[in-house]
Design a protein around this ligand. Structure first.
Ligand code: 7TS
Length: 443
């Protein structure tokens, strides 16, 4: 069971061809753009085939990228090329397809390592997504570390996937889950964080960016304070990874970082757990099966090295390939340019929505990613979403899997517009016009 495939053993170079293909003009994003020039909106939009379709007779305005982003042609092509020219199982065979598949899978891991600046590919575990990454840490790391009297510290603005796994392990171990409150504007109550961090805290788990409000947490300060007490920190990066100008796990000095490919222009069913190698090495496997073992007898099993120890069973190989292509795509666009584009949209949308009568923004933190939650007096958010859909505009309505936060605001739900690289000022105008229509229909 070899993990590394010697380059000279490969007859053709399928992955290089794949990467090359995305550079030959089949995608329209312009590599020659100067790093500080603005994003070419028309070119980027043309990369996403789904944006060409009509919804209810109107050009689709997709403002639900926080739930799942769309995929550009280079990602679709990379997955199709993998599936149609090199699919086999990984880490198993001497035959060529298995070697190509293994190389494709492991090259994707290296791309992810570089993307988040991890020290080693041993720190990059492929999982199904953010949810599975957090559950892995909860069940492998926290279950062994926690006992009665210990505390896990989260915040009130977490997605359910950064709440429920901790409730489950706390119930199993007798530990206590505590949530740091937020301020009315959606920022974290920093004074409360510092006072709640204590000798009992064994783990801190925080959203890097809130999915419901867009708040960007000052994670470096929060991590420094936790580390001063030797408490490890997990960051839920689901909403950060595709939207911040940089995510550098070494600069952040976080211990775990979780994200999903489908929120960064990659496929569903694949995501990443970054873990500091010293922690991952000491953690027991979570799931047992093929690929995660070195040798098995009925009496005893020895485990494979990192990261295979945490990747039991046949993985999502084409998903990893698609994730690798999504990393390339974001890097070609330039993450700073993407973040600047989205910040301009956020400013525009914030000021344009302020012109809609009886509309209230929920969450106005000073540092926000391009997510806007809002309510309109007298109109249920689901009705807002339904009317907008009839106009071809996709937003999410509901509690955004952040029910404790909604409770804090005394709201059952909000409408949420979340922006991505393919949105433009015209989308903001369509949203504002759609909201005027909501007002007309609901008086
Ligand atoms: N953490 C955050 C901050 C999220 O926004 C989400 C998904 C998850 C975790 C879970 O990610 P998954 O890929 O494992 O499902 N957020 C949303 C959302 O805002 N609307 O739909 C899903």
């Amino acid at each position: 069971m070899s993990r590394a495939v010697p380059a000279q053993s490969i007859q053709t170079r399928p992955i290089e061809a794949q990467a090359g293909e995305t550079r030959t003009g089949e995608t329209r994003t312009d590599e020659a753009q100067a790093p500080d020039s603005p994003l070419d909106e028309a070119q980027v939009r043309a990369d996403f085939p789904i944006l060409g379709r009509l919804v209810n007779g109107r050009r689709l305005v997709y403002l639900d990228s926080a739930a799942s982003s769309q995929r550009p042609r280079p990602v679709l092509q990379a997955v199709e090329r993998y599936e149609s020219t090199m699919h086999s199982n990984v880490h198993r065979g001497v035959h060529s397809l298995s070697q190509w598949a293994t190389e494709a899978y492991e090259q994707a891991r290296e791309r992810v390592r570089r993307f988040i600046n991890a020290r080693s590919v041993r720190e990059i575990v492929f999982v199904r997504g953010t949810t599975e990454a957090i559950n892995l840490v909860a069940h492998s790391y926290a279950r062994a570390e926690l006992g009665p009297g210990d505390e896990v510290l989260i915040t009130l603005l977490e997605h359910h996937s950064n709440i429920v796994p901790w409730q489950i392990v706390c119930a199993a171990t007798g530990a206590r889950l505590r949530a740091v409150p937020v301020l009315a504007n959606g920022e974290l109550d920093l004074a409360a964080y510092h006072s709640m961090l204590s000798d009992r805290t064994r783990l801190v788990a925080l959203a890097h960016v809130s999915n419901a409000l867009g708040t960007v947490l000052p994670v470096q300060e929060l991590i420094r304070a936790a580390h001063a007490r030797a408490v490890p920190v997990l960051l839920d990066g689901a909403q950060a990874i595709a939207h911040l100008p940089v995510v550098d796990v070494q600069a952040l000095d976080c211990d775990f970082y979780a994200f999903s490919a489908h929120k960064m222009y990659g496929p569903t069913g694949i995501g990443v757990l970054y873990g500091r190698e010293s922690l991952l090495a000491a953690m027991p496997p979570w799931q047992g099966g093929g690929d995660m073992i070195r040798s098995v007898s009925i009496e005893e099993t020895t485990y494979n090295e990192l990261p295979a120890k945490f990747e039991a069973g046949t993985p999502n190989i084409s998903g990893a390939v698609g994730l690798g292509a999504a990393v390339d795509y974001l890097e070609r666009l330039g993450r700073e340019r993407v973040a600047a584009h989205e910040q301009r949209l956020l400013e525009l949308a914030t000021s344009r929505l302020a012109s809609v009568p009886h509309l209230h923004l929920v969450g106005t933190a000073a540092h926000r990613a391009a997510v806007i939650s809002f309510t309109i007096d007298g109109v249920h958010p689901h009705d807002i979403g339904t009317v907008l859909d009839s106009e071809g505009i996709a937003v999410r309505t509901g509690h955004h899997c952040a029910m404790p936060l909604m409770q804090f605001y005394g709201l059952p739900a909000t409408a949420r517009a979340s922006f991505a690289v393919y949105n433009g000022a015209d989308d903001v105008e369509r949203l504002v016009a759609g909201l005027q229509r909501v007002r007309e229909l609901f008086g």
